[in-house]
Design a protein. Sequence first.
Length: 577
Amino acid sequence: MKKIIYSALVLATLSMTSCSDFLDEHTPQATLSDEQVKEANHVDELVTSAYAIFISAEDINSSFSMWNYDVRSDDAYKGGNGTSDGDVFHQLEIEQGVLTTNWNISDMWQRLYNCISRANTAIALLEQVNSTVYPRRDERLAEMKFLRAYGHFLLKRLYKNIPFVVDPNLKSEQYNMLSNREYTNDQGWQVIIDDLMESYNNLPVHQADKGRPTKASAAAFLTKVYMYKAYHQDNENTNEVTSISKDDLLKAVQFSDPSIYAAGGYGLESDFHNNFRPEPQFENGKESLWAMQYSINDGTKNGNLNWSYGLIVPNIPGVTDGGCDFYKPSQNLVNAYRTDANGHPYIGTFNNQDYNKATDYADPRLFLTIGIPGLPYEFNSKFMMDRTATWSRSNGLYGYYVTLKQNVDPESPYLKKGAWWGTSENRIVFRYADVLLERAEALIQLNDGRINEAINIINQIRNRAKQSTSAISNYQSDYGVRMNVMPYTGTYSQVEALDIVKMERRIEMGMESERFFDLVRWGEAERVLNKYYAEEANDCSIYSSAHFTKNKNEYLPIPYAQIAASNGHYKQNIGQW
């Protein structure tokens, strides 16, 4: 008789999950028979384990938020203590010297396929379980396919040509028989969509456990995948966008329909800042469509904290264990928040001069996204930022700005200080504002008479930004900043509207690790980033040797170790790696 053993290794991660009851730790069990393992409590343990690994598999160098890999964009510098501190990420930052043997190239690959394996283990068992014994069988299958899709999605954005592990009963010796070119780029996105459609059709509108995805979670995920699939990159000899699919854009419009989200109680938060606060009353708010769940003081020894942002904490004077100061907002991103007298961004010319808080108007989201010298860090006036090395480890290289969305007040009870700082702030994976912007982009690209509708959607987000001042209500009077953001009121061509929505995505989603992937999706990475390198090199010497090579640097190389173990079934990405 086949037997399944629940080992401590498999179940150890159950303690590293959310504050929801469904992720409470269970004591590892002994050997179980086929029939025993199909009992409801053991099925639940495997399902829980599949959720848990998406937290336990992360660390400070490999965050599934992808902040480590967003340093390739014009939003952020690597940071840290010089170019040799995290040198492999410096190589990605300047797109020079990246090797297929670099540890960070293979590390994320291995971690994410481990996550997919855990989801597949649960799927294999669920497919054997009778729904009369386990009434939530179909719902749990939908959750596991959602998780499997998430793992494949993260991998595909990074590496493009990946093997898809969709057979949950695949034997270990069969893994190396898979090909990373079994599907075209377009077909690969469809594999992810197929999993998500099963999720969408079987997930409930509401979940009692906040960490589980809902129907709206799946709709948001489908919207995003269709917005990647729409920009076809199916010439295997290039990474260029060869066409834009009307059918895929229409699917994105379908799954971004506001009625789907309203049915689940989702919508825009009244204040942008609410999305990035750790207090329980703000966690899992109505804009959070699916989030990684973290907790502190939850009855376990160390809590279930997010340690993957440990490197992002800046040096903070007077606070024990100053931070490592990675993932520093760029001057270019700061400048993107500048607004004119009409409250509109300087699209196309925003980087002609650096932001000056004494003379320039700025979108309020600047002060909720980026910590700026002369202003309080995390809105606490006890920690006033300045332009000294006290606040920045390598200020000569990376400047003085810090990211706020991932950090919390140093005096917060939702922070655990130590060698690495862990917080209980949830990480939102799918946010309703992101869905709205994707919907607006799809409507503009369709160019079928709905550009005004798209502009109205963008204005919803801009009007919300105008009201997002609860944490910064004294900034104008006490610190002399000038805020101005207003909706768009004109009539715009398709080209103008595309510029508007792309700019809005950047300032709304700034430092949420979407920017680089957006540039690749649009086919604009080479143009935008080489211009960025040239402009930054005047003040930031690390970019003096930077160069983005088209049809290479859009994606990471396939790790050398994976190609070597594939028995010739994996093919390296284009670009002479």
